[in-house]
Design a protein around this ligand. Structure first.
Ligand code: VGL
Ligand code: ZN
Length: 212
């Protein structure tokens, strides 16, 4: 049983957007089924931050931006390998909106990422060039938010990268595993579990926070 420390804990809800749920452009299996649980978890936290993946047209991560490339292939971007995806979360489209079931009226910050055409951003902290900051670490430090609980989509991409960076930047970081769902590319969930373990990032169950 873990009790949130209301003054210094934050729940980070990663990319719960329509395009990442069934029927969306980059649908994650059962991506919608975690939303009621996330709403319940959010009620346990005074501080909740939402991230929103937010891509312009012809974003570097879209397979359609490159000739003869298919979604889920990898290209060599100037900053390193970049997985290609179907076009998703185009700015101001319905697919980029938060899923209509997500109800967290007290969320205090919406952090958009991936809005630069030439750099993708899985992490809520650092873009995929691994050096352009989003500003989230500065926000958390100024607000004295020291411990982060992560949930959302997708476990093996944006949740994983955000957790690894959050921990590396000095925040105590915990992943609520049953409040996440993975894209599940070959090996991606095993790789995520290994990376989180190496970084000493605990994976907990939502019940660890909800029961008493
Ligand atoms: C994500 C792939 C592409 C995510 C975002 O939210 O995990 N995955 N863009
Ligand atoms: Zn994206």
């Amino acid at each position: 049983m873990l009790i949130p420390k209301q003054r210094t804990d934050a729940l980070l809800v990663i990319d719960v957007q329509s395009d990442f749920t069934p029927g969306g452009a980059l649908a994650i299996a059962d991506g919608d089924t975690i939303i009621p649980l996330i709403n319940t978890l959010a009620k346990k936290f005074d501080h909740v931050i939402l991230t929103q993946d937010w891509h312009p047209a012809q974003h570097i991560s879209f397979a359609t931006t490159h000739s003869n490339k298919q979604p889920f292939e990898t290209i060599e971007a100037p900053y390193g390998p970049q997985t290609l995806w179907p076009e998703h979360v185009l700015q101001h489209t319905e697919g980029a909106a938060f899923h209509p079931d997500l109800k967290i009226p007290h969320a205090e910050l919406i952090l958009r990422k991936g809005f630069r055409r030439h750099i993708d951003s899985y992490s809520a902290f650092l873009e995929n060039d691994r050096c352009t900051p989003t500003g989230l670490a500065g926000y958390l430090r100024e607000r004295n938010l020291q411990r982060l609980f992560l949930c959302g989509l997708a476990y093996d991409f944006c949740v994983c990268f955000s957790a690894i960076d959050g921990k590396a930047l000095g925040f105590e970081t915990i992943v609520i595993e049953d409040a996440c769902r993975p894209v599940n590319l070959p090996g991606s969930v095993d790789a995520t579990n290994a990376e989180l373990a190496t970084a000493s990032i605990p994976r907990i169950r939502s019940n660890d926070l909800l029961t008493r």
